[in-house]
Write a protein that binds this ligand. Sequence first.
Ligand code: DLL
Length: 432
Amino acid sequence: MIWNDEIECMAHDELKKLQLKRLQDVVKRAYETVPYYKKRFDEAGIKPEDIKTLDDIQKLPFTTKDDLRRAYPFGMFAVPRREIVEVHTSSGTTGKPTVSGYTKEDIKIWSEVMARGLTMFGVTEDDIIQNTHGYGLFTGGFGVHYGAQHIGATVIPISTGQTRRQIEIMKDFGTTILIVTPSYGLYLAEVAEEEGVESSDLNLNSIGFGAEMWTEQMRQKLQNRFNSPAYNIYGLTEIMGPGIALECPEQDGLHVMEDHFYPEIIDSETMEVLKDEEKGELVLTTLTRHGMPIIRFRTKDITKLRRGTCPCGRTLIKMERITGRTDDMLKIRGVAVFPSQIEKALLKMDGIEPHYQIIATRPQHLDELEVQVETSPQLFSDEVKELVGIKKKIEQFIYDEIGLRVNVTLVEPKTLPRSEGKAVRVIDKREL
Ligand code: DLL
């Protein structure tokens, strides 16, 4: 099923025309109404009339998270504050959060893109959606809520936490769609097991998951534990929230809602725009947002784009799932290491639980990497000799993946902290 055939299956030439018209509009609006853009465009010697083709977007300056922080709280709004009907913020673990403002029209667009995405997962008005994303300043709760209601499905706005209650409700209400972060999904599965609830006691048809990095192996674990397909949801507060790109039944990349969000991939060192299929940093421009247009936002998320008609019938460009962020890259003895590489290596091993933490230290002026990972209860009761063998095997898998020797510590089942939202995977104890 497709929510909006006209747009989602539009011929590429038609889509380009629509994108150009919208780009010209948004650039003009941003220039005329947001002092930040006027200043930046003037400095770059660019006028809105200079945008004659889609490639002309490359003449425009980038916007970064720091630019948005400097405008805190409402400096990026393009409309009077009274037209803003809702605000959200990023989690702001480092420094001030960034604020995102929405007009009524923006909320409609958000509902539309999320309805398209949930339809890809098979959601209809007959479904019951358990939305475990936090309802609050985080965009996850409301974004999913708006999309689900637009479709006409029944939403259980349970929000995050109360894990035992979540399981009970899933069972009693016959939840058909579960929305989680991958780390919280695994925690839910663990608690369900403790409660003696099997996947056959549930009525799940699909899982929508996102908001944090995950590997294909992690998806497999989630799917196996709930015996249900799991589809990826991508988005970020600065651009809108969830709904920028979502996965269709092919489970082979996410369709970007490119009539509303224009994607580019750049080389984050040279700032050069890369071609389709080349991996780099995702840059996004909002083509239709009223309250807070964002031009060429550097997401720091690493991915690549692929154009073509998908077997599902959609022509919207596909984005590979995010494999890391330019800023979660750890430099260990000069080598770039992404948590996703470690996760991939760990989950190749049977008997290893998808709960791990990566700890970087610098004991004698030399970087060390320790990976703590939980074993399954069966494995933990095995002979010490066998555990040593497993530790060595995982160290070898990681070496094959990243080319560095790391120290793997196998820890007892259920000892690492559990996540109810976005998991903390890396603890960097080095003083850099
Ligand atoms: O996490 C929006 C969201 C909510 C997406 C619910 C999906 C579901 P922020 O808190 O602003 O917004 O965090 C955005 O999270 O730049 C990525 O680094 C990461 N991220 C989001 N979705 C995915 C995903 C929400 N599917 C940041 N895969 C982004 C990998 C993701 N990383």
